[in-house]
Each structure stands twice: as structure tokens, then as C-alpha cells.
Write a protein that binds this ligand. Structure first.
Ligand SMILES: [Zn+2]
Length: 99
């Protein structure tokens, strides 16, 4: 197995969907290729970090109590926002029928 093939199989390897035969070749390559071994380790680490970051993000998006400054800022921006419909805007041309 080449380094490129290993890279292609990595996602299946991580999800446990690799065929036993391919998996043994995959692991044999890891034993003799330090580059790929380090890559697989960092790949797993990246997923772990992404999941941890995702958990943090979820907590940030679902605050139990919104800070007072944030509420004020939102109310201010809503009050100063321009209306959606602009009466001076020209009407849109109707779509031409395709022939
Ligand atoms: Zn390799």
C-alpha cells in the first residue's frame, strides 16, 4: 500500500468499515511508515479537538441567560434597521418565458 492509498482509506479505517484484508495492509504500512503513522495520529487528534470545540460552540449558542449588553445591542440594531421594502425601488422585471 502506498501513502496515497493509505490516505484514501483513512476515513474508512477510522469508521471501522475497512475490509480485514485492506485493514491489515493499512496497519502494515503504518508500522513501517513514520509519516503515515504520525498523520493517522494527528487525524484522530483533529477529530477529537473538533468534537470538543463543537461541544463548546453548542454551549455558547445556547446560553441559559443572555447578557444584558447583548440584548440591548440587538434591540438597538433592530430599531435602527432600514425597512425591508423600499417604496422608491423600481419594480423587478418579470422573468421571461424560456422557449
Ligand atoms: Zn506512508
Amino acid at each position: 500500500m502506498t501513502c496515497r492509498e493509505l490516505n484514501d482509506f483513512l476515513a474508512d479505517y477510522r469508521s471501522g468499515e475497512l475490509l480485514p484484508e485492506v485493514r491489515s495492509r493499512f496497519e502494515a504500512h503504518l508500522l513501517r511508515c513514520a509519516t503515515c503513522a504520525a498523520y493517522v495520529r494527528s487525524y484522530g487528534e483533529t477529530i477529537r479537538l473538533a468534537r470538543a470545540a463543537g461541544d463548546d460552540l453548542e454551549q455558547q449558542l445556547l446560553p441559559t441567560e443572555a447578557p444584558r449588553e447583548l440584548v440591548d445591542a440587538i434591540l438597538d440594531s433592530v430599531g435602527s434597521a432600514p425597512p425591508d421594502a423600499d417604496p422608491t425601488a423600481p419594480p423587478r422585471n418579470p422573468p421571461r418565458p424560456r422557449r
